[in-house]
Design a protein around this ligand. Structure first.
Ligand code: ATP
Ligand code: MG
Length: 137
């Protein structure tokens, strides 16, 4: 059983899409093992996305992620990392497959509704960034 870190981004929480997005995860066999709604400071958002600090969109990304509350969650299941990224769809909604979250809900390549960890190492790191051991059963 694998775990991954998911974020429902500001464009989606703002449009009350948390339930619809969670339904997609559950339908794909992913369990929502932990979940909370938080508002990131620009410093926290900047730290979370530090790997992208030299990319041209970094400033915009950090500002966006700190603009409204987000829902951070731990998803659990067989091959959870890959399964989650499959349900999310391509980063750019224009390239996302039919039925994926980004195809259905994302507004643009930046405001693309969800984040999902991309590998076991980053998943462990990102889960620890938001959740303490006590919050995970
Ligand atoms: P995430 O890491 O959020 O799950 P991802 O792995 O599909 O998404 P990354 O390449 O890691 O995509 O980019 C991280 C985030 O940065 C994207 O989800 C998106 O919000 C933003 N981003 C990526 N490329 C661009 C771009 N060209 N213009 C604006 N924002 C972008
Ligand atoms: Mg990524």
């Amino acid at each position: 059983i694998e775990r991954t870190l998911s974020i429902i981004k500001p464009d989606a929480t703002k449009r009350n899409l948390t339930g619809k997005i969670n339904a997609k995860f559950e339908e794909a066999g992913l369990r929502i093992a932990a979940q909370k709604r938080i508002k990131l400071s620009p410093e926290q958002a900047g730290k979370f996305y530090e790997v992208h600090k030299d990319r041209p969109f970094y400033g915009e990304l950090v500002e966006f992620m700190a603009s409204e509350p987000v829902v951070v969650q731990v998803l659990e299941g067989e091959s959870a990392i890959a399964k989650n990224r499959e349900v999310m769809g391509a980063t750019n909604p224009a390239d996302a497959a039919e039925g994926t979250i980004r195809k259905e809900f994302a507004l643009s390549v930046g405001e693309n509704s969800v984040h999902g960890s991309d590998a076991p190492e980053t998943a462990a790191q990102e889960i620890a960034f938001f959740f303490s051991g006590l919050e995970l059963v």
